[in-house]
Design a protein. Structure first.
Length: 129
């Protein structure tokens, strides 16, 4: 039996992943950002005093640039430290060796970093709902 008439766990997982984050990098869970603490002027002042590792990051990770049009400086440092993230770190879809059927256990690893939030337990509850 082919994939055209059977549910496909990899497809369902892919559809679920598109509901996590938009193309603008914002996490799409309603209320997720409600309790996030934005950086203060003092926070930005302190971040500005830290070294700029933009070139080092590009070299180390072989990247040509950063998300959201960031290029370095204080904005990149603030984004790295204060902005919550949802990162897909791994995705596997396995087939049985002797058939074309997908195994029922598709796997994914997602890292969520809330960073500065007033009520992290509430944010986690909203995300899991």
């Amino acid at each position: 039996m082919g994939g055209s008439i059977q549910p496909n766990a990899a497809s369902r997982l892919t559809w679920a992943l598109t509901s996590l984050k938009g193309v603008d990098e914002r996490i799409l869970t309603p209320g997720f950002y409600d309790d996030v603490i934005l950086p203060s002027a003092r926070d930005r002042e302190l971040m500005d005093k830290l070294p700029d590792f933009a070139d080092e990051y590009k070299k180390r990770y072989g990247a040509s640039g950063f998300i959201k049009g960031l290029t370095g400086g204080t904005n990149l440092k603030v984004e790295e430290v204060f902005t919550p993230t949802c990162t897909i770190c791994g995705l596997t879809s396995r087939r049985y060796l002797d058939t074309k059927a997908h195994a029922p256990n598709e796997n994914i690893r997602i890292d969520l970093y809330l960073k500065q939030a007033k009520h992290m337990a509430r944010a986690l509850k909203e995300f899991s709902a």
